[in-house]
Design a binder for this molecule. Structure first.
Ligand SMILES: NC(=O)c1ccc[n+]([C@@H]2O[C@H](COP(=O)([O-])OP(=O)(O)OC[C@H]3O[C@@H](n4cnc5c(N)ncnc54)[C@H](OP(=O)(O)O)[C@@H]3O)[C@@H](O)[C@H]2O)c1
Length: 326
């Protein structure tokens, strides 16, 4: 079977397609044939060892000192169950599934063997495999930050980076929770962000939300551009600042500054459960949530997908697909 390896840190050119043995599932494992998988900003960060400022050493310790410890990247996939171990009870051969491995990665692979207890759900029938391949990473990240920020019905929420993977998911999930959503994006993405359901949209080149006197119960920054000093005037008393992609100085500055002001800062890695995937599935089935996919590349062009994601400004999510379908 084919798998994409990242044997060292570097540009997209370091990625190598290799033929390796297909895994054999143990008694409690499930073998999935991958149809599609995503290339996330996280994948490009691991490949290039490009961490937010202040996290360089932590990143190297976590990912591998001189080369990636996990050389097959990819945190999510969609596919079909092609065999199951003797003790597996919750999935059957032929099931169409979505798997999220998160920081364990390993999804840029034609076949994947996983425990029956992995974060895996049956794919909603209404989704294509390409959409399903990008349901988990962006969706669970947005969900984790909105939940930690206690975003609820009636809250006024500002979302920065609203056209990206995490930002687009956050717009739809905050709306689903009953919040009033103001989305911040570039001019070319105004219509796209409107289609996600945002109530108000600001173009970050023209509109400075820190100067217009409007305040929010929560501000989610998925673009990693906001300092606490900028956010302060736009936060309500007891407002929450949700920093999805912050540098260490940004986090420390915000943590100290908020002590005196009653604001709360949420940052760090997003946690998820299989229940979160089930929740996203119900949102898809009810029509409250969809997965925007800007481009799908064949697996042979995965380096181009990395380069496109790394250039910044992707709209929603980027997917790569395997030619051989089960
Ligand atoms: N904490 C966690 O657990 C976790 C998990 C997943 C991802 N992340 C991080 O979250 C970040 C976002 O990921 P993503 O996949 O959503 O990335 P993405 O799709 O590239 O989205 C980033 C968005 O930022 C916008 N942007 C760029 N400059 C901006 C500015 N000055 N003001 C406002 N918006 C601006 C871009 O929109 P325009 O094209 O409209 O400019 C782009 O759509 C990444 O850094 C990723 O590493 C963190």
């Amino acid at each position: 079977m084919k798998a994409i390896f990242c044997p060292r840190y570097g540009s997209p050119a370091v990625l190598e397609s290799r033929s390796i043995d297909r895994p054999i599932p143990s008694e409690t494992e499930i073998l999935i044939q991958t149809v599609a998988t995503s290339v996330t900003t996280g994948d490009t960060r691991v490949r290039a060892l490009r961490m937010p400022k202040g996290f360089g050493l932590i990143g190297r310790l976590a990912l591998g000192i001189s080369k990636p410890r996990q050389q097959i990247l990819g945190s999510e996939l969609s596919g079909v169950v092609v065999s199951i171990g003797k003790s597996v009870t919750n999935f059957e051969v032929g099931d169409e599934v979505i798997l999220y491995t998160g920081t364990k990665l390993g999804c840029h692979s034609e076949y994947k063997a996983v425990s029956q207890d992995a974060a895996m759900i049956k794919k909603p029938a209404s989704m294509t495999f390409e959409e399903a391949a990008a349901l988990a990473a962006s969706g669970t990240t947005a969900l984790a930050f909105l939940r930690k920020g206690e975003v609820k019905a009636g809250d006024k929420v500002l979302i920065i980076g609203a056209a990206g993977g995490v930002g687009s998911a956050a717009v739809m999930l905050a709306k689903q929770a009953g919040a009033e959503v103001t989305a911040v994006c570039s001019a070319r993405n105004l219509e796209f962000v409107r289609s996600l359901g945002a109530d108000l949209i600001l173009d970050y080149i023209k509109d400075d939300f820190t100067q217009n006197g409007v305040t929010y119960d929560a501000i989610l920054d998925a673009a990693g551009v906001l300092s606490y000093a900028q956010a302060r005037t736009a936060l309500e008393a007891k407002g929450r600042l949700l920093l999805v992609s912050a540098s260490l100085p940004q986090i420390l500055q915000a943590a100290f500054a908020t002590i005196a002001r009653g604001h709360r800062v949420v940052s760090g890695p997003a946690a998820w459960t299989r229940g979160d995937l089930e929740f996203l599935k119900t949102c898809v089935e009810s029509g409250a949530y969809r997965v925007p996919v800007e481009r799908t590349y064949p697996i042979e062009q995965i380096a181009d997908a990395h380069a496109f994601v790394e250039a910044g400004g992707k709209r929603g999510n980027i997917v790569v697909s395997f030619a051989r379908r089960p």
